[in-house]
Design a binder for this molecule. Sequence first.
Ligand SMILES: Cc1ncc(COP(=O)(O)O)c(C=O)c1O
Length: 391
Amino acid sequence: MYLWWIVKLTKDARFSTLCLHAGQEPDPTTGAIITPIYQTSTYVQDALGRHKGYEYARTQNPTREALERNVAAIEGGLQGFAFASGMAAIGAVATLLKAGDHVVVSDNTYGGTFRLFDKVLRKYALSFSYVDTADLAATERAFTPETRMLFVETPTNPIMRITDLAAAAALAKRHNARLVVDNTFASPCLQRPLEFGADIVVHSTTKYLNGHSDSVGGIVIAVKTDDIEWLRFVQNAEGAILSPFDSWLVLRGTKTLALRMAQHNANGLALAQFLDGHPKVKKVYYPGLPSHPQHALAARQMRGFGGMLAFDLGTLASARTLLNSVRLHALAESLGGVESLISHPATMTHASVPADKRQALGITDGLVRISAGVEDVDDLKDDLTQALDRV
Ligand SMILES: Cc1ncc(COP(=O)(O)O)c(C=O)c1O
């Protein structure tokens, strides 16, 4: 399924080779090895009705197209569509639905996704049920005859619950619904949902795909002809496209995805083990720990456990002291960049989730989330040690 024919890649090219080369050719004008930033709004036509395949930059842009081919290849999909943000990408996927349709969604989905579904799309006669998609029986019970989409995040943010992707795909298929997976947390380096039978993958490229905390974007990867045709139409019709410069940044980012993810994995695991053994830490959430309830499933469907982890310090006061004491970990929302970030889900990323729902999801006031960057892990441990000493 890889788009290996776009450049001189063999059909058997491996993941890191695809990351570097898929979807890109030396620039036809100069031979530049890096796809240029085609910063143009329009294209001059040779004669009336004769052009080079490019008419207007909302519709076609070579830099964006290179990125779309690249991410489609590394996700094992057929076509990518890049958008101005992860939320714009998810909004475009939602246009595959029509009034009256019902969607089953991971209950711990990203807050912005919940906000889009709950505050915007319900106005258009779509309905949503939120369920722990790690529990397949409960997920199936949430289906109705109108269910046309199962929207899954795995691992979830910040509690790192894992959904069995092959089982979720089979369930969606039985009910004539699409399985859409938000693969932002894992990245295609660690998990490729299309290989398990998912129909569509979405990403906030803002996170691991770009990887350098300097661009906001999103991408949708599809495999079915009808979905591809519709998404191409909607990308142009709604116009929430990724800019040429951002496309170029993300394309540069994916070149090092495999390298970066190896370090994120190593640092994530080392920090999880370190925190797990620390007397002031009540609980650690990381799928790479054997104590994680779905460790075996994560090991089966992921190639590494990633750089995201969360831990509970018991109280808001302890969490606050830690967050105000770290020096190397930056106190910030977002994730997936080369720099380590630390955050307080209850008051930051999940502040809009009602307190009782937060509690039910395990997002306590003492919970702290880390996006482990690629620094030397001993420096990260030293930073956490000095901050935990103050708790
Ligand atoms: C899992 C997940 N999906 C989607 C989004 C939305 O992406 P963006 O902020 O690029 O719109 C985010 C943002 O944090 C996210 O974490």
